[in-house]
Design a protein around this ligand. Sequence first.
Ligand code: QUE
Length: 355
Amino acid sequence: MTDRSFDEIAFKRAGIAGQVVFTRPKALNALTLGMIQALAPTLADWAKDNAVRQIVQWGDGGKAFCAGGDVRAVCEAGLAAKKGGKADPLIRDFFFEEYRLNRQIARFPKPIVSIIDGITMGGGVGLSIHGRYRVATERTLFAMPESAIGLFPDVGGGYFLPRLKGRMGAFLGLTGERLKAADLVHLGIATHYVDSVRVPDLIKALETEAADVVLARFHSDPGAAPIVAREAIIDRCFAPVSVEGIFAALDKEGQEWTVKLADRLRKMSPTSLKVSLLQIEKGAALSIEDALRMEFRMVRRAMEGDDFYEGIRAVLIDKDHAPKWKPATLAEVSDAAVQRYFAPMPDGDELVFVD
Ligand code: QUE
């Protein structure tokens, strides 16, 4: 019944497991609206199906779990609409459906095991972080890189980032820092570590045995976490409540690492940095639903601006990595412009959840 195949995602009931495979390896399994629209109803079926005790999801191709949302398609739709064509529903629907799926995963009544073997960024983080278990391997590369494309750490970043220890969430959300397995286990982002050669056996075991038991048996030590040596500096430098304050703190620190980090941050969208920092501050007190509702307001404002399209052009289309942000400096990003991202849209369109 729930064995369904689409060209970008596949589902299989195997023993006590519902299996989800992302099958767009050439696009690093970046999440399309079609994948979201196939996954959401399948999860809803599995939630009610007593034969399904747990969910396991992974990516095809050995390179990525899921590299993000298919933001290139959203960008193209947005640009066409800006050129005077009619508004493409994809711009709104992609994020609407994606964030609802993030919440469905967060509230899912059965364990979800995400095998984050390879690139796990942006939208791929949203598919995995809200579930019960994340298994990292030696190939895992995890990041919330949206500030580089004029966006902000969405898919529930407003919920999970402020819940990481110290100021780690602000650091990850603003810089897009890429983390490997040992750091992920240390921070609690990954719940387990398994060498990638053992992943097929792990998936097999999850067909017959409860996830907690299987994972405890397969887990091994990922080694020392390099981030530990930097936690104190990160907590100091990302404590300020303003982006200008963060730059001042990094400059004051004056180490080779903080100088490089500040240089990297200066290449990010100034609007994204300010909006993201406020998102993470506000999100600390929000439920997952309220955080996602906030992010849906934010993303619709981002689609009205210029930085998202310029970021996609610079990073994914022309690949010159030289975006021309508007505004180009932090000083030009007014408080009013930042606040607008958090206000309801005049059309009254809000993210709504259905059970
Ligand atoms: C920042 C991002 C994303 C990114 C690169 C960034 C992102 C995203 C992709 C991506 C990667 C591979 C694909 C694809 C998109 O790259 O969110 O379609 O095949 O999805 O610097 O936020």
